[in-house]
Design a protein around this ligand. Structure first.
Ligand SMILES: Nc1ncnc2c1ncn2[C@@H]1O[C@H](COP(=O)(O)OP(=O)(O)O)[C@@H](O)[C@H]1O
Ligand SMILES: O=C(O)C1=C[C@@H](OP(=O)(O)O)[C@@H](O)[C@H](O)C1
Ligand SMILES: [Mg+2]
Length: 181
């Protein structure tokens, strides 16, 4: 008998992501997600891109024109849909874990928390203007985000991978080894 297609292997027919990446802005979810997906021969889905496609606006413009609550509502829909539909690697936005419903929906998934320290996160996000929460006092905001959200990332994570001082390639290799173990 031929092997079952990859998307249904070990899941009783359910479609579920092979890995879901969570962590603060600058942890490298999008970058590592792309590398990991390539190594696994699957695609990356990123909820920020899904939200931008759904609303036809950039994340920054959604925050400015519609407000954070509207962004979080769209994010809830994007997380729910992606968890149910996407068989590859899924990268969430850093704030997706704030919503209790999203945290509950992540139960049972292979959720990987990409950890990063404040210095590395600040260096990585730099002066980019595409993260509306980090436009003012980015280092202080990042420090607060990391402190406030760490328990939430811990709550949903099945695995933790440190990214500080490591290249995206090294992180992707580590994630691959850990999810394959
Ligand atoms: N391990 C890493 N080392 C150095 N730079 C990184 C690393 N991971 C990501 N970056 C860089 O940091 C920035 C933010 O990465 P990104 O993948 O968008 O993070 P996230 O999606 O977690 O916010 C990008 O410019 C990316 O190239
Ligand atoms: O941490 C947050 O609240 C956010 C993180 C961003 O995604 P990344 O974590 O991929 O930068 C994006 O969803 C939005 O700017 C809000
Ligand atoms: Mg991202």
């Amino acid at each position: 008998m031929s092997e079952a297609p990859e998307r249904t292997r070990d899941t009783g027919g359910d479609v579920r992501p092979v890995a879901v990446l969570v962590g603060p802005p600058g942890a490298g979810k999008t970058t590592v997600g792309e590398l990991l997906a390539r190594r696994l021969g699957v695609t990356l889905r990123d909820t920020d891109a899904d939200i931008e496609a759904a609303l036809g606006m950039t994340v920054a413009d959604i925050f400015i024109e519609k407000g954070e609550d509207a962004f979080r509502a769209a994010e809830r829909d994007a997380v729910t849909a992606a968890l149910a539909e996407h068989p590859g690697v899924l990268a969430l936005g850093g704030g997706a874990v704030i919503d209790p419903g999203n945290r509950a929906a992540l139960a049972g998934h292979t959720v990987v928390y990409l950890e990063v320290d404040v210095s590395d996160a600040a260096r990585r996000v730099g002066l980019a203007r595409d993260r509306p929460l980090l436009i003012e006092a980015p280092r202080a905001r990042l420090a607060a985000l990391l402190r406030e959200r760490r328990p939430l990332y811990d709550e949903v994570a099945a695995l933790m991978v440190n990214t500080s001082g490591r290249t995206p390639e090294e992180v992707a290799e580590d994630v691959l080894a850990r999810i394959s173990a």
